[in-house]
Ligand binder design. Sequence first.
Ligand SMILES: *[C@@H]1O[C@H](CO)[C@@H](O)[C@H](O)[C@H]1NC(C)=O
Ligand SMILES: *[C@@H]1O[C@H](CO)[C@@H](O)[C@H](O)[C@H]1NC(C)=O
Ligand SMILES: *[C@@H]1O[C@H](CO)[C@@H](O)[C@H](O)[C@H]1NC(C)=O
Ligand SMILES: *[C@@H]1O[C@H](CO)[C@@H](O)[C@H](O)[C@H]1NC(C)=O
Ligand SMILES: *[C@@H]1O[C@H](CO)[C@@H](O)[C@H](O)[C@H]1NC(C)=O
Length: 494
Amino acid sequence: IFQNDEKSSQQITDSTSKESGAMITSSNTSYSPTSSDKTILVLKDQLRRAKIYIGFLPSRGNHGFVKDLRRRMRDIQQALSGTTIDRQLPKNVHKKIRAMESILTKIKQVHDNCAAAIDKLQTNLHWTENQLEANKQEATYAAQVAAKALPKRLHCLALRLTNEYYTSSSNNKHFPYQDKLEDPKLHHYALFSDNVLAAAVVVNSTLIHAKKPADHVFHIVTDKLNYAAMRMWFLANPPVKAAIQVQKIEEFTWLNSSYSPVLKQLASQFMINYYFRTPQNKPDRNPKFRNPKYLSILNHLRFYLPEIFPKLNKVLFVDDDIVVQQDLSPLWSVDLKGRVNAAVKTCGEVFHRFDRYLNFSNPLIAKKFDRHACGWAYGMNMFDLSEWRRQNITAVYHYWQEQNEHRLLWKLGTLPAGLVTFWNNTFPLDRSWHLLGLGYKRNVNPMDIEQAAVIHYNGNLKPWLEVGLPKYRSYWSKYVNFDHAFIRECHIHP
Ligand SMILES: *[C@@H]1O[C@H](CO)[C@@H](O)[C@H](O)[C@H]1NC(C)=O
Ligand SMILES: *[C@@H]1O[C@H](CO)[C@@H](O)[C@H](O)[C@H]1NC(C)=O
Ligand SMILES: *[C@@H]1O[C@H](CO)[C@@H](O)[C@H](O)[C@H]1NC(C)=O
Ligand SMILES: *[C@@H]1O[C@H](CO)[C@@H](O)[C@H](O)[C@H]1NC(C)=O
Ligand SMILES: *[C@@H]1O[C@H](CO)[C@@H](O)[C@H](O)[C@H]1NC(C)=O
């Protein structure tokens, strides 16, 4: 799959740079009125370049490039229609050419900035290969996955930050307040993410509403590809008073396939085939089931919280597609009544019950669980780690994960595994703590959004994507500092 993608993106790059070369030649010669019919050639050349960009730019850019470009294209097409010699062109054609050239130049700059950042990063990666302990093939593969999953501008941001991290002086790479990281009296957050901007919004929005920011501690775990970028962001934008820790999953050597059944399964050929082979004779033709995201170990880290935080008693697990709108500290004093997990239940909607996620035709499932039981949501969960250890919930999780080796109990994702693991062990939080659905529902009541302590863009329409639902975007984007140099340079706009 990836090889094909690489080829086609190579083609785009090649033809774009060729066209950009042509632009320089033509704009140098095009304004000579004496050379016959040169202007028509210039117009046609502009149209050709514009069409390439149209195919290449996201179709719903906030910056208006695309709209502007389409308008200029119509202008040029109009000027050209039915014309074969320069003399038939309208009088104002040079004005049109200049307008088109100006927009094409702007787009080219955006594109080149990003291309230059990628070049620079690749050089850096080469130098720091030992430091990153990156196996080259693995890094290339991972870079492709990252580039596929993240839009260009967020990719650009991660690259700029990574570059900064390795080129800035090495003295200043430590976070303050490290003594707080293991203090069980404080409010600890677990955030597992490979998206710098999303993580930044979670941290920023939490602290803006915290009554005592100094009591909050953020533990971010990312992967090696995003590690430098994630550190750099929070070094450059240190949260006031709150403590922060950034780790990469590769540091957790205890989390390996001899310990974790899910890692063993992920490594097995069966799973590699399951996720990556073309689906010719596969029953699951839904591409969602083959999304490499579901392979990411980061997603499974939530089942190892007691191991990740051996000194802590309680941790608030948060997804990176949430925004915090109130002080969350009261959550640490909710009495979970001996339960390990606290979450909002989702049984308001019939399709969020157990039988939606688990295979009740399987006797193991049918015997143990109630098909009509309420599901609950990941995204903002309080976990009582002391209870987790006392009840050895990790063993429960491992048991079910092993039973599901052949995907007969559930297909994908972490929620079904969570439902079986925390069965009869989930305390229902009041719904106003956690409002779901901003990543797929189109008619969430604005009052409900404003009153929720945490809003969650679960679904595919993330607020940082072009496809994000515009009416919910500002609840997220108001926590992004769009004046930040890197954000501006990567053309990330509200
Ligand atoms: C795998 O993890 C176990 C414990 O979880 C640990 O004892 C062992 O050393 C690890 N193996 C490697 C190769 O790191
Ligand atoms: C559900 O479980 C049954 C019994 O193990 C199995 O035959 C069936 O294929 C499973 N269904 C799915 C969709 O995996
Ligand atoms: C939890 O269960 C596992 C078996 O899955 C066992 O190896 C481990 O010792 C148990 N831990 C405790 C604290 O009982
Ligand atoms: C549910 O958990 C409670 C303790 O929290 C226990 O008393 C009860 O027997 C459990 N019920 C089931 C069906 O497992
Ligand atoms: C955090 O959010 C506030 C607005 O709510 C914004 O002014 C600020 O720039 C943000 N900080 C960062 C580091 O993004």
